[in-house]
Design a protein around this ligand. Structure first.
Ligand SMILES: NC(=O)c1ccc[n+]([C@@H]2O[C@H](COP(=O)([O-])OP(=O)(O)OC[C@H]3O[C@@H](n4cnc5c(N)ncnc54)[C@H](O)[C@@H]3O)[C@@H](O)[C@H]2O)c1
Length: 402
């Protein structure tokens, strides 16, 4: 089989996959956001994960609406967003749209792999059913499916896709063989299962475990802070035990941790299971920014020179350091609370320039001496040198979140 992969959804997950695959295969990149495609064609990645040089294509091409191009593919990889709705119910609309799109071009023997994070059963019971219904082709006879969850960690150069294990799952042995040929271009570290639901489960529980562990640290952090015990020292001491696992407290945002527990709890509910523990992590992590707000206000008040009219600068607004992703950013929520209280509050986040965020003017750079107080909310590496200098300047009050 002459494999012609396509990647549908060229965001944080899809773009790196596309870039890797197109080095080996003639690969089609597809995204329904016209401006994303236009930018990528001009070698601009608004997510700032890839510099211009890495966006030079070898065998790949980008498209936004040419079905005739997508039709050439026989191995579709779907990496579209899977958020939750306002009531935390999984929103599968992007997946639905992608399935409708693929079903227009699906042919005999084509393979469709899903990478979007879902709860167990979505690939087989939702996506495959839609593909069958819309294409009039039969699953496991005319076309085949698989699931390969994504572990990409934007901003983390130590765990890039080529260095980490990637799960691939499909119930068909010959499809597994083809999938291995495709995915080995991305990483040599492949781990397989015949059971798609196992792979879907593994993905969500990885994130749930991390969410809960951070939630636990957040709760302990609150207790330490309120009772005037040094949290960092407590953790240092506890870490000396062989089986203590170190996690840091934090404002848990982004597209994965604040979303995936709700996907799994929706699934568990179908079996009459209430996921109290899983959702308890969300409860504390969702409210942590309010605690940090009160803590900040208390700390600011300790400095009598700082008033409501002081010049204050916030550093960083993204959901975590070194990424340009603002989805579910609690730094943004914290900023909004502070904005209500302080008249002269500015924000600098060089990773967010060119992105429009709720009418907030975001500075690309700053001159520290213009401010009375600087609050470092998201510690991007590119602030490093400036922060070292700020710390030396006795005239500027400097605060960090944790
Ligand atoms: N961002 C991460 O760190 C990360 C890590 C692991 C897994 N995931 C999962 O991967 C999936 C994708 O996340 P992401 O962060 O890459 O999202 P993203 O928003 O960065 O990118 C998704 C892209 O898909 C496009 N798109 C949306 N609907 C489409 C459609 N119907 N047809 C074609 N293109 C469409 C969007 O325009 C966008 O460019 C989600 O399920 C997410 O949970 C994300």
């Amino acid at each position: 089989m002459n494999i012609i992969p396509s990647v549908i959804g060229l965001g944080y997950v899809g773009l790196p996959i596309f870039l890797k695959l197109q080095k080996k295969f003639k690969t089609i990149g597809f995204d329904n956001n016209k401006s994303r495609i236009l930018n990528l064609s001009k070698k601009i990645d608004s997510n700032k994960e890839f510099p211009k040089k890495k966006l030079s294509l070898l065998n790949g091409s980008y498209f936004t609406d040419q079905l005739s191009m997508l039709k050439k593919s026989n191995f579709y990889i779907v990496a579209v967003p899977t958020p939750v709705r306002k009531n935390n119910i999984p929103d599968l609309d992007n997946l639905k749209e992608s399935c409708h799109l693929i079903s227009k071009v699906l042919k005999k023997n084509d393979i469709v792999f899903f990478e979007s994070t879902v709860y167990p059963g979505v690939t087989e019971n939702f996506c495959a059913k839609l593909l069958e219904k819309k294409s009039n082709l039969k699953l496991d006879k005319d076309f085949f499916i698989g699931y390969s969850p994504e572990r990409i960690n934007p901003g983390d150069k130590n765990h890039s896709v080529d260095k980490i294990y990637k799960i691939i799952s499909t119930n068909n042995p010959s499809v597994m063989g083809i999938a291995k040929k495709v995915y080995k271009i991305i990483t040599k570290k492949l781990i397989t299962t015949k059971n798609i639901k196992e792979a879907e489960s593994a993905k969500v529980i990885e994130n749930i475990q991390r969410d809960l562990n951070i939630g636990l640290m957040n709760e302990i952090y609150k207790v330490c802070y309120k009772s005037n015990i040094d949290f960092k020292n407590v953790i240092k001491l506890a870490s000396s035990k062989w089986n203590f696992i170190k996690f840091n407290p934090g404002l848990v945002g982004g597209h994965c941790l604040p979303v995936d527990p709700y996907y799994y709890s929706t699934y568990a509910k179908k079996f009459g299971i209430k996921t109290d523990i899983i959702l308890s992590g969300r409860k504390i992590n969702n409210s942590m920014y309010k605690f940090m707000y009160n803590k900040l206000i208390k700390e600011i008040k300790k400095n009598k020179k700082i008033s409501k009219n002081s010049k204050i600068l916030i550093l960083g607004l993204t959901y975590k350091k070194n990424v340009s992703d603002i989805r579910n950013s609690y730094a943004l929520e914290l900023f909004k609370l502070l904005k209500k209280k302080y008249k002269y509050l500015q924000v600098c986040d060089p990773l967010l320039t060119n992105k429009k965020i709720e009418n907030i003017k975001i500075l690309n750079d700053f001159s520290a001496i213009k401010y009375d107080l600087i609050i470092n909310m998201v510690n991007h590496d590119l602030f490093k040198t400036k922060i070292l200098n700020i710390k030396k300047n006795k005239k500027i009050h400097y605060l960090e979140l944790f």
